[in-house]
Design a protein around this ligand. Structure first.
Ligand SMILES: NC(=O)c1ccc[n+]([C@@H]2O[C@H](COP(=O)([O-])OP(=O)(O)OC[C@H]3O[C@@H](n4cnc5c(N)ncnc54)[C@H](O)[C@@H]3O)[C@@H](O)[C@H]2O)c1
Ligand SMILES: O=C(O)[C@H](O)CO
Length: 354
């Protein structure tokens, strides 16, 4: 018998039972569920990452739908438990769903949802922030000031890279990759090179039009190029940002060999998923190339960092906060609740991951 898990309950007499494995920002998502006659149970256990056993205890013997988190392992065991409890719906509160086995969900008749779109700009803004922080060495310089080491202006003090006129490389030019590219092009007049399995037509049209606008204003126009291989991006770009999904094709997409193809003073940003980068190889590369810089929001063995990474001055590390704006997090919670409601009321839906 699994240990009971502490919960908070809304609308105790609701007809449908919906469980959220975490408290989520705002109340709109709770109100939406309550208005549709759901009893909402929110896990209040003081534990950041719930185990499969904890979630089985939360699901119990009757559960119509669950809102879960990217830190949880939604595979065969949980979908089988949810299905046994009469559950028809699961939504990840995330756009990435590499923690969800969609095939297993389909086998047990549970529809799966995710939360795309509402986090696009917020995530792209963090990638842009990390790009700026890395190029102008902001975190290093902040540490230097706080340590009381500043004793006057010097021509060589914290010299970084100018972004204007340089090339931004985007790997995975989907929603977030394209939004990031626009920020870097519009904001800093960078040229674009990108690699994706599909053509990013809207992005290309935007850069063409912006280039024409700049030219008409007497400025140097920006340019774009769709690379035929990822290596072209690695060799040519000054700042490279990773935005693909995590799957078999993108696991360790950046490895020792590929790092060696990048410019010595390049900047690498990862706001996608940790395992897209071979983090051990990255630590070694950072040690060998002090002018190479990285900005990381995600880690291979999250929440841990590979040995040595925390000591590297040329690395900026933040704890998976790319989608962490109030508007976005409330939007993700609302979308996750709507996903579950749609699946409870339209039971023929099997999956609609976007
Ligand atoms: N750090 C965070 O907090 C955070 C926030 C949001 C999203 N994410 C991650 O970002 C990912 C992308 O989100 P999105 O909304 O832009 O998704 P999206 O589906 O719009 O974009 C992903 C792009 O990657 C491309 N792609 C897939 N395989 C590829 C490959 N092998 N090589 C090159 N490109 C490839 C796809 O064609 C697509 O254009 C999510 O799956 C998630 O893992 C992280
Ligand atoms: O995939 C996602 O949505 C992020 O990692 C968290 O917002």
């Amino acid at each position: 018998m699994a240990k009971p898990v502490s919960i908070e309950v809304w609308n105790p007499n609701g007809k449908y039972r919906v469980v959220s494995t975490k408290s989520m920002p705002g109340t709109r998502w709770i109100n939406l569920l309550v208005q549709q006659d759901c009893r909402v149970e929110i896990c209040t256990e003081k534990k950041t990452i719930l185990s499969v056993e904890d979630i089985i205890a939360l699901i119990g013997t009757k559960c119509d739908g669950v809102i879960g988190q990217l830190t949880e392992d939604w595979g065969e065991t949980l979908f089988s438990a949810l299905s046994k409890a009469g559950g028809k719906a699961f939504s990840n509160m995330a756009v990435g769903y590499n923690n969800v086995d969609v095939e297993a969900a389909t086998k047990y008749g549970v529809a799966v949802g995710n939360t795309p779109g509402v986090l696009t700009e917020t995530t792209a803004e963090l990638a842009a922030s990390l790009s700026l922080a890395a190029s102008r060495r902001i975190v290093e310089a902040d540490g230097f000031m706080r340590a009381g080491l500043y004793d006057g202006w010097l021509p060589h003090l914290f010299v970084g890279n100018l972004l204007k006129g340089q090339t931004v490389g985007v790997i995975g030019a989907g929603r977030i990759g394209s939004a990031y590219a626009r920020m870097m092009i519009e904001g800093f007049k960078m040229n674009l090179i990108y690699f994706d399995l599909y053509q990013a037509t809207r992005l290309e049209k935007f850069v063409t039009a912006y280039g024409q606008f700049l030219k008409a204003s007497g400025e140097e126009p920006v340019t774009w190029r769709r690379a035929s291989s990822m290596d072209e991006v690695l060799q040519q770009a000054d700042v490279i940002s990773l935005h693909p999904i995590l799957d078999k094709t993108t696991y360790h997409l950046i490895n020792k060999e590929r790092l060696s193809k990048m410019k010595k003073e390049a900047i690498l940003i990862n706001c996608s998923r940790g395992p897209v980068v071979d983090e051990e190889a990255l630590v070694e590369h950072l040690k060998q190339n002090p002018m190479f810089r990285v900005g990381l929001d995600v880690f291979e063995d999250e929440p841990y960092m590979k040995p040595g990474l925390a000591d590297m001055k040329n690395a900026i590390v933040v704890p998976h906060i790319a989608s962490a704006s109030k508007w976005t997090r409330e939007g993700m919670a609302t979308l996750a609740a709507l996903n579950v409601l749609v699946c409870i009321f339209y039971t023929h839906i099997t999956h609609f991951v976007c």
